[in-house]
Design a protein around this ligand. Structure first.
Ligand SMILES: Cc1cc2nc3c(=O)[nH]c(=O)nc-3n(C[C@H](O)[C@H](O)[C@H](O)COP(=O)(O)OP(=O)(O)OC[C@H]3O[C@@H](n4cnc5c(N)ncnc54)[C@H](O)[C@@H]3O)c2cc1C
Length: 470
């Protein structure tokens, strides 16, 4: 039976009906055929759990590297249900936790330089893959702008550049003076900036669905609505159980990212303690009429990331809106659930208009949230577990679309027993540091959020005019 035979519209409706509130990308997605749930017992060479960028990139690279490899992907909901279909749509070259200075202290410039090159290769892979597979994902290679807040001066940005200089990669950035930033963005708050021409804006759900189609076209099989409920590891094979079927396989890739703490099994491999989730909130405006764009400036239409504990990002979309993410509104989930998905406060908080007064009349059309994954050692976890047949990836740290593309290739190579530059990368091979318990990870994330909120409030009060954060 082929995937095409299996595919039918299980929703008796569509993405449009069931998933609109999940994100702007779901809300504006065209009708889609979901893949059916797994309903029988199958055999595969590799089973991949999770239909986000990491899982689908793994499946894609498996079928491309070895066309004979039987690959099955199991997604508990629909592809893109996790962060991959709910993010801010910026392709950025980045690695690990937000504090590059801290990463440099922990791992040293040589390792961080290698990791940043790995991320850059991920971007090249993604650009190549989407061109080869003719995936239209509204990619606009604008680069992006990292700005400091005028109220805080150049110090933080300078420290960031110092770190980059030590990794030998500062040549990627062009400095923008406060005057240049004003000329482009007309913001009372933004000061100096760095411009990185790599990456840009894209529609993540289009990317994920395009990748899903490519996996299927090259012979992989994808089941949606197929939550993995248990995994049993025997000497000769691994058996992955859903409520309605099972997959027997030789290799297993668990690409459950911020949901990993909920994973029902593999406790002895430490999957549940590998990360802790954090909910990130996003808001998107109505389409902005061209004459308002003309007034607002943004000649590059590049995303703007505010480099400060008062973190904000603002990214123009292909349909002429602005998508904003606010660090202040990040939230640690209560308990283990990842339910909180709507950030209704952002509908009326006025921050887009505060940062960009020429856009103050523009209405926020939709808000949502999605989970990112935080690790104890500040960097992504990718690679083999104690059982060399089982691989795990998590710890996206809020910028995992580019990295996830490369991780997928790395995981495919590992699952096929290949040894490459990527499989030998220091953060792939190292023993991963886990949170002692989920509770402690959750507590540490809460403390981090509380600290950032405290700093954020202080900074917001110093802005002219001050921003009211509630
Ligand atoms: C609001 C927000 C803004 C962001 N902005 C950006 C950005 O601009 N740029 C960027 O690069 N990154 C951004 N990120 C981060 C980026 O989205 C993530 O790094 C990336 O999507 C992680 O991909 P993933 O495949 O690891 O995880 P996910 O996309 O979360 O996929 C994991 C999948 O596993 C499935 N799953 C879980 N448990 C099971 C189970 N038991 N059985 C079967 N399936 C299961 C889930 O349903 C989910 O689909 C943002 C994230 C958020 C939330």
């Amino acid at each position: 039976m082929t995937q095409a035979d299996l595919t039918h519209d299980v929703s008796k409706g569509s993405v449009m009906q069931s998933y609109r509130a999940h994100s702007h990308w779901f809300n504006t997605a065209s009708d889609s055929q979901f893949s059916p749930a797994l309903q029988n017992d199958l055999t595969a060479d590799v089973c991949v759990i999770g239909g986000g960028i990491n899982g689908l990139s793994t499946a894609y690279h498996l079928v491309r590297l070895d066309p004979n490899c039987r690959v099955v992907v199991l997604e508990k909901d629909v592809v893109g249900f996790g962060a991959s279909g709910r993010n801010a749509g910026q392709l950025v070259v980045s690695f690990g936790g937000a504090d590059l200075g801290m990463l440099m202290k922990l791992y040293g410039p040589k390792k961080i330089a290698a990791a940043l090159r790995y991320s850059e290769q991920g971007l090249a892979m993604l650009e190549r893959l989407t061109a080869e597979e003719r995936i239209d994902f509204d990619y606009d290679r604008t680069g992006y702008i990292k700005t400091a807040l005028r109220a805080k001066g150049e110090g933080m940005l300078d420290k960031y550049m110092d770190c980059y200089e030590r990794t030998g990669q500062s040549h990627h950035f062009t400095r923008m003076s406060e005057h240049e930033v004003q000329q482009e963005l007309h913001s009372p708050y933004l000061g100096h900036a760095l411009f990185d021409p790599r990456g840009g804006q894209f529609n993540p759900l289009k990317l994920i669905r395009g990748l899903k189609s490519a996996v299927v076209r090259h012979g992989g099989t994808i089941f949606e609505n197929s939550p993995v409920a248990a995994v049993t590891r025997e000497k000769t094979e691994i058996k992955v159980h859903t409520g309605m079927g099972s997959v027997r396989c030789q290799r297993l890739v668990v690409a459950t990212n911020a949901f990993s703490h909920q994973f029902p099994g593999l406790e002895d491999l430490g999957i549940q303690q590998a990360q802790t989730p954090l909910m990130i909130r996003a808001a998107i405006t109505d389409p902005i009429p061209e004459h308002i764009w003309q007034e607002a400036g943004w000649p590059r239409r590049a995303g703007v990331n505010v480099f400060s504990p008062l973190f904000y990002s603002f990214a123009p979309t292909a349909d002429g809106r602005i998508l904003s993410v606010s660090g202040f509104h990040a939230q640690v989930p209560k308990g283990r659930s990842l339910e909180a998905e709507i950030a209704w406060q952002l509908r009326n908080d006025g921050h887009i208009g505060a940062f960009f007064p020429r856009l103050k009349e523009v209405r926020v059309a939709q808000t949502w949230g999605g989970p990112i994954s935080i690790t104890a050692d500040q960097i992504p976890h990718v690679g083999a577990t104690k059982d060399p047949r089982v691989f795990h990836v998590c710890g996206c740290w809020g910028h995992g679309m580019v990295l996830g593309t490369h991780h997928g290739r790395t995981l495919a190579e590992l699952a096929l027993g290949l040894q490459t530059e990527s499989t030998e990368m220091w953060f792939v091979k190292r023993a991963k540091k886990r949170w002692p318990t989920y509770f402690i990870g959750n507590l540490a994330a809460s403390a981090g959020i509380a600290h950032n909120r405290f700093l954020g409030r202080r900074i917001a009060n110093r802005l002219t005019p001050p921003i009211k954060l509630t």
